[in-house]
Design a protein around this ligand. Structure first.
Ligand code: TRP
Length: 334
């Protein structure tokens, strides 16, 4: 049994990109491994966000994860800021992390480009991510492929710490990237992400799924209804591969290649299948929304379990660093 850690930002809605790219895998892993799943609110504040919405977005993400099948009896589900050791270890790790490596990160470069002044928190984002995983000495990190570079850096940070403070202290975590094809947004261009507004939420109503799919990008070569298309370059077809049975997939591909169907016909079938597949999650989420206090309790229990491990690691880390330990109240002599 390995220890697994992964994190997700509290973007509010869990969308099908999150779900197919990572969360579906989490649900499988919790059956066989010791899993820690974390809603990373301290990561979320490295970019502009709505302060007034953070609380509800965090709860909504918890509801989405529980509805998607994360089982608090099997996995530890918690909020990052509820376990202060994450930021504590993160500080320590900044002292073994080369700035050059942080500046090299693709995500940092992309985000920094859009900023007038680049803040230190944005650059240190991958250090906090390393702390998340190393705090639990987890060895498996199920993520989407866009996170592989951060995991590589995390391994380097572990090596650097070990080289300086004790061989073998932190295991080098491994990225677990599913063979899932990259899930593009409905624009058919960029990665599906809430900030791009190109998502479909896992908990969306059937009608709303249809409204989103309707204008979604398909094979750009299909300009008019009678142009034959190529399913291999169509993001809608990629989604069929997840939500439609093999027979339907084949049928859809043929109808596309022969211009038998227009893109709307194809999308209609996808919308129906998607709505059907996601219905059980929608129901579970509705139930959870009716008992928010229970959801918060699940998170509190999760944080307490996580903290047991986190405290121990931080204690060991401080010892490795050679820091003076405070004496305990019982040891006072005056
Ligand atoms: N950076 C990850 C993402 O955007 C989220 C994350 C934070 C994470 N900490 C992590 C993922 C630790 C895996 C492990 O998807």
């Amino acid at each position: 049994m390995a220890r697994v850690f992964s994190g997700i930002q509290p973007s509010g809605e869990l969308h099908i990109g999150n779900y197919l790219g990572a969360v579906r895998r989490w649900v499988e892993l919790q059956r066989e491994h010791e899993c820690f799943f974390c809603i990373v609110d301290y990561h979320a504040i490295t970019q502009e966000y709505k302060v007034a919405a953070m609380e509800s977005q965090t709860l909504d993400m918890a509801i989405g994860l529980l509805a998607a099948g994360i089982d608090p009896e099997r996995a530890v589900l918690f909020v990052q800021s509820h376990v202060p050791e994450h930021t504590e270890l993160s500080w320590v790790l900044t002292t073994v992390t080369p700035v050059g490596e942080l500046e090299r990160m693709t995500q940092f470069k992309e985000k920094a480009q859009r900023q007038e002044s680049v803040l230190a928190g944005l650059m240190n984002y991958p250090v906090l991510q390393a702390a998340d995983v190393l705090l639990y000495k987890a060895t498996l990190v199920p993520v989407g492929e866009d996170q592989v570079q951060h995991i590589e850096l995390m391994r380097e940070i572990a090596r650097k710490f070990n080289a300086r403070y004790g061989a073998g202290f932190f295991p080098e975590p491994q990225a677990l990237v599913g063979q899932a094809r990259r899930i593009l947004g409905l624009d058919g261009e960029s990665k599906m992400s809430k900030s791009m507004g190109n998502t479909i939420g896992v908990l969306e109503e059937p009608e709303s799924i249809w409204q989103r799919l309707r204008p979604a990008k398909t094979d750009p070569a299909r300009v008019t209804r009678n142009d034959p298309g190529n399913p291999e370059v169509c993001n809608i077809y990629t989604l069929h591969r997840y939500f439609s049975d093999p027979e339907t997939q084949e049928h859809v591909a043929r109808q596309c290649r022969t211009a038998g169907w227009g893109c709307l016909d194809c999308k209609k079938v996808l919308a129906d299948n998607m709505a059907r597949e996601l219905a059980p999650m929608r129901e579970r989420a509705a139930e959870l929304r009716g008992k928010i206090h229970e959801v918060r309790e699940i998170l509190a229990v999760g944080a307490a379990k996580a903290r047991e491990v986190a405290r121990e690691t931080m204690q060991e880390v401080r010892e490795r660093l050679g820091l003076l330990q405070p004496i305990r109240a019982e040891e006072f002599t005056r």
